[in-house]
Design a binder for this molecule. Sequence first.
Ligand code: SF4
Ligand code: SF4
Length: 372
Amino acid sequence: MFTNVISFSREPHASVPSASGNLPELKSQIVHRAKELGFDSCRVAHCSPPPHAAEFRSWLAEGAAGEMEWLHRGAEKRCDPQQVLPGARSVIVLALNYWQGAPDAEIDTTAIGRIARYAWGDDYHDLMLGKLRQLDEFLVSCGGTQKCYVDTGPMLERDHAAEAGVGWHGKSTMLVDQQLGTWFFLAEILTTLELTPDTPQAARCGSCTRCITACPTGAITEAHRLDARRCISYLTIESKGSIPLALRPLIGDRIYGCDTCLDVCPWNRFAAVSREAAFAARPATAAMQLRDYLALDAAAFRTLFRGSPIKRIKRRGLLRNVCVALGNVGTEEDLPALERARRDAEPLIAEHAAWAIDQIRGRIGTASVAFS
Ligand code: SF4
Ligand code: SF4
């Protein structure tokens, strides 16, 4: 859900005439180029302070960001785009669909675990950054200076996206778009070019509360309010330490992220399969048994997840998560692998493996009593 900042900027070429004298034509060229590059949506917002800056500050003050200290460090920039790029006039917001279609209902995920769809294939940062660079080159040729971000620049990106009309703020806190549903990545280009802004979409959640009801951990505490400390995406990706005991059983068989609040959103019935082959599930991990992850040493982990978003939580993070999943859904057959993991040199893995063994033994004991 949260990743590293990727940014770059360039000075305009003096020899290229500025196109800022014809705003509608320049904007339509940008949109055309963005579509050529494969983006599914490209819209523009006026560069102004994000509307939810005050809510963001109070969310941070409550401690709802958990261990994500970087959100505190960049808070003032996030609330003021002029601190990110002085002279910025417009925000170009781009969306890229990553939906891979419904999972095969026949697959039993209790043996293989669940990975959030956005992480099934290649890392979207690398792919989108390449596309942004090409768009940036065009904007430079038009006389603009840009800052380009994929996912986590110091910007309240969903605010700018909603202002541009790339979806509305869903009650899940995710953006929802009438055409794309919720399965899309965001990127932003802050530019000094003055572009005609688009209009926001009307919010269309209506009386629906499916995402709030379906959240396994109660992380969506009310409409538009997420307590990251309870969110499985945070617990399995952002949190670096021990997962709280009370929350472990609620994680189920998820080993990287969580899609539940997206799966239930009725607007996803319109989602089309992504055109990006890079986002397709990797065969090596699509059907990997949960216990087999525990056999990965550091080198094997790096090889398996090269170019994948999952590499960022490192071996210790993934194996910690696998132990939690096995504690929830594992069987007697998983105990030998967990016993080995309990002796792992990494204390975080060893502790979660010991917990998982206790959980499985507790279930086996219960089953034995029930059948005796
Ligand atoms: S990602 Fe999962 S845990 Fe987080 S808010 Fe959505 S449903 Fe809840
Ligand atoms: S599940 Fe319902 S309430 Fe939640 S974001 Fe989707 S439409 Fe809105």
